[in-house]
Design a protein around this ligand. Structure first.
Ligand SMILES: [Zn+2]
Length: 76
């Protein structure tokens, strides 16, 4: 069997499934919170905003809200 080199970028750096942007912890957290708690693929903030047809700033406001409220285990 041929051995393929590991695709380190795909395995080590999770990316948005729509635009391939690299994702940060907040991106996962808000996607899980707003879309699917058990998600195994994610959207970046700009794609998430277009998914909801809202402004990116609204997504950032949600992240800020959940983090500051301290009640959501996804944001720590
Ligand atoms: Zn994206």
């Amino acid at each position: 069997m041929p051995r393929f080199p590991p695709k380190s970028r795909e395995t080590l750096v999770p990316t948005c499934f729509k635009c391939d942007a690299e994702l940060r912890a907040d991106d996962f957290a808000i996607y899980r919170k707003l879309v699917n708690k058990l998600a195994d693929k994610f959207l970046c903030i700009p794609c998430l905003a277009s998914h909801f047809n809202c402004e990116e700033s609204a997504i950032h406001a949600q992240i800020k809200f959940y983090r500051e409220s301290g009640t959501c285990g996804l944001f720590k």
